[in-house]
Structures are given as structure tokens and as C-alpha cells.
Design a binder for this molecule. Structure first.
Ligand code: GLN
Ligand code: ZN
Length: 792
């Protein structure tokens, strides 16, 4: 088929960090005062030029501008709109200092920033974000960008907010791209998503009925001004992102689009853009809008193609996002070609081809990975490779015979993989076949187990423990990198780690904690460590993805059926146990968290991956208990963030997530005590699922809400034991004994004291030893005081 109308190709955004994480290092140097603002800006200019060039060279019709951000693109939008909280404002136009103040609570580094406390680059702590301490100009909150691991700075709305174009970054960058000779399509976060993603910050205003949506009328003139400025620069199309159109919106939100877009229509052509799920819930509103095109995510929700294509006006552009922006897999271009040919025949040049979402969520460049096998490499495409995918598929759709043949050849490895025996392993398949629902239940109910455990463990009332990790000291990190670089032998490294375990055990004994941990010195990251030790994962060297600000993570990739070929943590736990008469708590990362914090396969479901992981962890649990470890913690800090975007999909997810956890834990004998840990504060929605995990003990974050959160557990009548975190490990402040005691007293009013544990609210790897010991000393003392009172 030859079609003379050339398919327009584009991406929704590109990673901004740079292939060597140049932006990250420049930001951090700037914050430390090591480089000037001019030097920082220079790094940004170079990165943008390079990234536009990548897009142009690969043959895309447009380069995308406006996707670059000094910290986060939602924050950039706030500055663009002159929407700065009073505490961060300098009175005049915002500048780069304002931006960093909003993001970090201060502009240049003076002391440590709480949310940037992590000293290991890829260490993830689901709880390390979203709050701040800095007293006078506290940073804005940060929260997850939909269901990705990217975090954005939450806009703060007050009744008297006003908006006015105040920050030239977008226009400067568009001009920069135009000057470099590119055809530019700017991206702009749309007004409704901007409002929706923020929050009202004044309680009194909210009590008086203030709703941030009421600011829309004041917001739209600023958007109008932005669009007309872009038009004046010669821009034809603007990608206006309204990702909330993929949610199940309340009527007041979906209903607000029409009027808003009537006001915005005119100066430029608008490509209304949504991603991460289907827009079908809002389709009837969408088709009423005076826009010029619609982008949909066919990677996340392929089933919407026909409905959307049939519903939207014939003269609209339909931009189909087929190249997955948030995973690392090579696209099956041949299959897409077949699927899209009829749409092309029907829509002609009104069919555009794109990445599903911004490539922000995928690593930069596969070519940097020199240690992957050729086969594994032939399965992947990172951001830079995805540009070529979009471009090649576009050419093939246009009937270019070379491109059609190239698509077929390109898709070959990914097709071969579908039946490869080393991907679909007979042993793992057999294990999955053996699954029955019996396997997910412990052999005795909690009440009975608690009895056995009391006998075996001999713990006092209000037992004290920690969440697993102890400070990752400079020593530990140095030794790990020396080992990785081959400068330290395996034996020497093991010796060094044993030294750290000894040290941790000694300190915990001196503190008189009741349940000890080995300290996790061997783990750079709670997920990566398991990925490195399980068959079926691939780790990369440079596969960094921005998590927030300058913080990047390097998720492992699930490439094949997952198998545990050898015990992973047993030796460390057994060694720790050999050093003490107290109980050592074994420490595992749960199946759902490993799944959520890695790049999943796309040829099998998330549910199936979780089940494979669960079987592997189940064997580890069994080996631990057989080796004499009586308490085992299976961390699931990510269980809540794995929730799908749409409410109606929640139940199905929670069912298999709970099942996976239970499958991993249920091998435990009644006398083996299973703990789990979650570090976030919104339990209400998932409390039944949390209870359904049937862990003997759960440790949770509650210190920052002064035990407020325990309400959910109280009202639900949570049946098992709970360790409400009694102090916030994200802060360097040392909690006093009195403070902790008071929190414990209030916890004891909500949860029967026989079922209460005493612990910090998360792992301590980001703290130093003096802080850690001082805090734990007060925690143990508070527990002892209360214990005495109850024992009298
Ligand atoms: N066991 C882990 C630790 O202590 C738990 C971390 C987490 O909850 N994110 O570091
Ligand atoms: Zn935690």
C-alpha cells in the first residue's frame, strides 16, 4: 500500500538528565555552591541541543520543547504561571532560586535536605519523599506522578491565588530550538491537570467551601497568554497534556474541560494529550472540545483504539502512542504496522505516530550498555532507540518498502523471545502449575500462631525492633564499589560485611533492643540486591531514570522466568544470629515491591511475575526458618503504589498482590513470626488488603501524623500485631524519650498493648550512627517505661 500523505512522528518528551546524568551532577554541584548559575544553565542548554538533535537525526517530524525541567515539569509550570507560595516568593518575578526553594526548602545547599538524604544513589525508600522539615520556607510537597516512580512538586492552591505568565523558560527554549533549525512542538501541562494535581493548603478556606477548581477562571487567561506567545514565536502545534483524562473523573472535573478549552482555542493548534490509561471514560466530553487532535496511549490501553478512532471528528489528528515510553522493551513494529495500516488508510495524514507517554520514564541510551549480551540487547530499546522506532514505523506506514522490511527484521528478536526456552523456563512453569489456593494460607490462624511464637521467642511486652537497615556508612559504600571494581576480592568483601554485621549486632545489644537485625550492609538497594541474586533479572550499568529532582534510580529488568538458584540472605542472617542470644529478624523484599520497582516483562502479566517472585521468596523464607531464624520480615512498601489508575481495577490488583505476599509467607511454620513493613500513611483504602496479608506483625509509618493514622487500624479492628513508627527517620532530629512515650501512650489507647511493637518508621540506612544510637536509646527507654507501667 502506498499512501502519499507522510505520517507525522513525534515523542511526548525526552529524558532530561542526560546520558551520563549530567544534569543531576550539575544540579548537585550548584546546590553545593561549586558551580555558578551560568554554568548550570550552560549544562541545560547543551543537554537540550543534544536531545533535539537526537530527535531530528532520527527523522521525527517535530522535536519536543518544554519537556526540560530544572527539577520537575509541574514545578516549571507553577513558575511559568507565576504561581509561587508566599513563603518562597521574593516579591518579584520568580528565578532559579525560587524554583529550588520550592523544591527543596532552600535554594542552595547549606545543610542536608531531608528528602535528599539518601547516600546511595539507587536506594529506594517508598517513604523518602513527600514531606519536609525546613522550618521557615518548607519545601512544597512531592508526590508520585500517576502510577510511575517519578515524583512531582505539588502545586499549592489558595483562594486568592492569581496567575500571570512569569517565567520565560518555555519561550526561551522554544526559541532556542527554532534557532537551531528545528521544527518545534512545545509541550505544556494543561490547566485542568495542573489544578487537579495540586491541593488546597489552607484548612480554613477548605472548610469554607474553597475548591481549587474554582481558580480555573483565573488560570485560563494565563494559559491564553502562553499560547499566544507561542503562536507569536511561530509555533503551529502545542501538545497540551491532560493526563487526568485517563482517570475516572468526577463530573465537575470532566465537565470543566469544555468551557476551558473554548477559551484556549484559537492561537495555535492543540493536540490534547493523555496517557497511562484509556480515555474512554471521558470520551464523550473529549469529542466536544474545540481542539485539533487527540493523543492516546495505546501501549497502556490498546483496546481503546477503535472506540476513540470512531468517536473523534474526522478532521482531528489522532496521535497514537505505540512506542512505550515507560519500559525498556523493543517494540514489535511489525505487529503495530499491521494494526495501524487500516487506520492510516482511513485517516491519511491525520494519523500521527508517537511514544505512548514522555520518554522521561525510560533510560537514555542502550548503546552505553557494553556488558549486555547481544541477545539481551536485541530485546531492548531505551529512549534514544525509541526515537528510531517511532520514525521507522512512520516510514513503514507510509509504504516505504525498505522501512517495511526493516520493521520485520527489527521485530524478529522480540518475536523469537516469545517462545525461547531460556525465557519461559520449564521448571518455573511447573512450579506455577503446582499453585493451589492452599499454598497461600498459613497452617494455623493468627491467634494460635501468636501462642506458639510467644513460647519460642520469649519477647517482653512492647518489644523493640528496627525496620532492617542501619547506616550505610562511607566505609560500606567504599568497600562495595571496590568489590564491584574488582579491587576487593569476594572473600575480603565478605569479611568486611561480616565486620559491619558484628558492629551492628554489638550496638543493638548495647541499646538493649529486643529483636535485632543484621543491618543490610550487603544491599545497595532493597530491590536491586534481590534482582542481582535471582535468575530472570538483568541489571544495567547506565539505565538511570529520574525519580525526583537530581535523584535517579536504576531499576533492574525482568527478562525471563524468575528462579531462586541459591539462598540469598540466609548466610548473613545466620551469621548475625550466631553472634547473639537475642532473636535476629531475617529481611526480605516482598514480591509486589520487587515487581513495582523494576521494569516488568510485557509478554506475561504483572500478576504472573509477582507469583514467580513469590515462589522464589517462599523458598528463601523456608531456608531461613530451617536455619534457625524465627522472625522474618517481608517488606512491601510498594504495595499501595502498585494500584492501577482506575478505581474499578483496584480490587483485581489487590487480590493478586495479597495472594503473592501470602504465597511467599505461608510456608512459615506457626512458630515462625512473619513481619511486614509499609511506609506510607494512607491506609484507609487498602486496610482490608493489609489485614488480608495475615502477617503476624506489621510495622508502619505513623510518627508524622502523631499516631493519627492508627485510626484506620483501630476502626477496622486490625487483628494482628502492629508496630506504629514512633519516630521519623527522615529527619536528623533526635526524638526525646518523652515524645516517644507520649506517642506510645496514644497508640496504646487505640491498639491493645499486647499487640503493640515499638520501632522507628522506616529503615535507618540514610542516617548516621550517632543519630541512630541516640534516637534508639530514647526509643528503648520509652518502651521500658511504658512496659513497666503495664506490668505493674
Ligand atoms: N528493610 C528496609 C530498610 O530498612 C525497608 C525499607 C523501606 O521500607 N523502603 O531499609
Ligand atoms: Zn519504610
Amino acid at each position: 500500500m502506498t499512501n502519499h500523505s507522510k505520517t507525522t512522528t513525534h515523542i511526548l518528551g525526552y529524558p532530561r538528565i542526560g546520558e551520563k546524568r549530567e544534569l543531576k551532577f550539575a544540579q548537585e554541584q550548584f546546590w553545593k555552591g561549586e558551580i555558578t548559575q551560568k554554568e548550570l544553565k550552560q549544562v541545560g542548554t547543551e543537554l537540550r541541543s543534544r536531545h533535539w538533535k537526537d530527535q531530528a537525526v532520527s527523522g521525527l517530524s517535530y522535536v519536543t520543547a518544554g519537556d526540560f525541567a530544572w527539577y520537575d515539569h509541574v514545578l516549571t509550570t507553577s513558575l511559568l504561571l507565576g504561581h509561587v507560595p508566599a513563603r518562597h516568593s521574593n516579591g518579584g518575578f520568580p528565578n532559579l532560586d525560587t524554583l529550588f526553594k520550592m523544591a527543596r526548602g532552600q535554594s542552595v545547599n547549606t545543610e542536608q535536605i531531608n528528602r535528599e538524604h539518601t547516600n546511595t544513589e539507587s536506594s529506594q525508600c517508598g517513604c523518602g519523599v513527600g514531606h519536609d522539615e525546613s522550618a521557615n520556607a518548607a519545601a512544597c510537597d512531592m508526590t508520585k506522578w500517576f502510577n510511575t516512580n517519578y515524583h512531582y512538586i505539588v502545586p499549592e492552591f489558595r483562594q486568592d491565588d492569581s496567575f500571570q505568565v512569569s517565567w520565560p523558560q518555555l519561550f526561551d527554549e522554544v526559541s532556542q530550538a527554532i534557532q537551531a533549525g528545528h521544527k518545534v512542538k512545545p509541550v505544556l501541562l494543561g490547566p485542568l491537570s495542573y489544578l487537579y494535581l495540586g491541593k488546597e493548603v489552607n484548612e480554613e478556606e477548605v472548610n469554607n467551601g474553597f475548591d481549587r477548581l474554582s481558580l480555573l477562571a483565573r488560570l485560563l487567561p494565563a494559559y491564553q497568554a502562553i499560547l499566544s506567545k507561542l503562536a507569536a514565536l511561530g509555533v503551529e502545534w502545542v501538545q497540551i497534556d491532560e493526563p487526568i483524562l485517563s482517570l475516572e473523573l468526577e463530573d465537575k472535573w470532566s465537565g470543566a474541560f469544555k468551557l476551558a478549552y473554548q477559551i484556549l482555542a484559537g492561537d495555535v493548534k492543540l493536540l490534547l494529550t493523555s496517557y497511562f490509561d484509556s480515555v474512554e471514560d471521558n470520551l464523550s466530553q473529549i469529542i466536544e472540545l474545540p481542539v485539533d487532535g487527540l493523543h492516546i496511549d495505546l501501549s497502556a490501553a490498546p483496546q481503546q483504539l477503535d472506540a476513540v478512532n470512531n468517536a473523534i471528528p474526522q478532521d482531528w489528528v489522532l496521535s497514537v502512542g505505540v512506542i512505550n515510553g515507560r519500559n525498556v522493551w523493543r517494540a514489535d513494529l511489525q505487529s503495530w504496522l499491521e494494526k495501524l495500516q487500516p487506520v492510516k488508510a482511513q485517516r491519511g495524514d491525520k494519523l500521527w505516530l508517537a511514544s505512548s507517554c514522555s520518554l522521561l520514564h525510560s533510560p537514555m541510551d542502550l548503546e552505553l550498555e557494553t556488558e549486555l549480551t547481544e541477545e539481551v540487547k536485541s530485546w531492548f530499546a531505551f529512549a534514544k532507540q525509541k526515537l528510531n522506532e517511532v520514525s521507522l514505523l512512520g516510514a513503514a506506514l507510509d509504504g516505504n518498502t525498505h522501512a517495511i522490511a526493516a520493521c520485520e527484521a527489527y521485530s524478529q528478536p522480540i518475536k523469537a523471545r516469545l517462545t525461547a526456552k531460556h525465557v519461559h523456563k520449564a521448571s518455573v512453569q511447573a512450579r506455577l502449575q503446582s499453585f493451589t489456593r492452599q499454598l497461600i494460607n498459613r497452617s494455623a490462624p493468627y491467634v494460635e500462631r501468636a501462642h506458639h511464637q510467644a513460647e519460642v521467642l520469649g519477647l517482653p511486652l512492647l518489644p523493640t525492633t528496627t525496620i532492617g537497615s542501619f547506616p550505610q556508612t562511607a566505609d560500606i559504600r567504599q568497600q562495595r564499589s571496590a568489590f564491584r571494581a574488582g579491587e576487593l576480592t569476594a572473600t575480603d568483601y565478605e569479611q568486611a560485611l561480616k565486620g559491619h554485621i558484628q558492629d551492628a549486632v554489638k550496638r543493638q545489644e548495647a541499646l538493649d533492643l529486643d529483636v535485632l537485625v543484621h543491618g543490610e550492609a550487603e544491599r545497595n538497594d532493597m530491590v536491586e540486591y534481590f534482582a542481582e541474586n535471582l535468575a530472570g533479572f538483568q541489571v544495567t550499568r547506565f539505565g538511570w531514570v529520574q525519580s525526583y529532582g537530581s535523584r535517579c534510580v536504576k531499576p533492574a529488568i525482568v527478562v525471563a522466568d524468575i528462579e531462586r538458584e541459591h539462598p540469598i540472605t540466609v548466610d548473613w542472617s545466620v551469621y548475625a544470629q550466631s553472634l547473639t542470644a537475642k532473636q535476629i529478624k531475617g529481611m526480605l523484599t516482598g514480591p509486589v515491591t520487587i515487581l513495582c520497582w523494576t521494569f516488568p516483562r510485557e509478554d506475561i502479566t504483572r500478576k504472573e511475575i509477582a507469583q514467580q517472585l513469590a515462589f522464589a521468596l517462599r523458598d528463601e523464607v523456608d531456608d531461613l526458618q530451617n536455619a534457625g531464624i524465627n522472625i522474618i520480615q517481608i517488606d512491601e512498601p510498594a504495595i499501595r503504589e502498585g494500584l492501577p489508575l482506575k478505581q474499578r481495577d483496584h480490587q483485581a490488583y489487590l487480590e493478586w498482590a495479597v495472594e503473592a505476599f501470602k504465597l511467599s509467607a505461608a510456608i512459615a511454620k506457626p512458630e515462625t513470626q512473619i513481619h511486614t513493613h509499609m511506609c506510607y500513611s494512607e491506609f484507609n483504602e487498602i486496610i482490608d488488603s493489609v489485614a488480608a496479608l495475615d502477617a503476624d506483625v506489621i510495622t508502619i509509618e505513623t510518627s508524622r501524623s502523631n499516631m493519627e493514622l492508627l485510626k484506620a487500624f483501630e476502626e477496622f479492628n486490625y487483628p494482628n500485631e502492629i508496630g506504629p513508627g514512633v519516630y521519623d527517620i527522615h529527619s536528623p532530629n533526635i526524638p526525646t524519650q518523652e515524645w516517644i512515650l507520649q506517642l506510645l501512650e496514644s497508640a496504646a489507647k487505640k491498639i491493645p498493648v499486647e499487640r503493640l511493637w515499638v520501632n522507628p518508621d522506616c529503615g535507618l540506612k540514610t542516617r548516621n550512627w550517632p543519630e541512630t544510637e541516640a534516637s534508639l536509646k530514647n526509643m528503648v527507654a520509652a518502651a521500658k517505661t511504658l512496659r513497666q507501667r503495664f506490668n505493674q
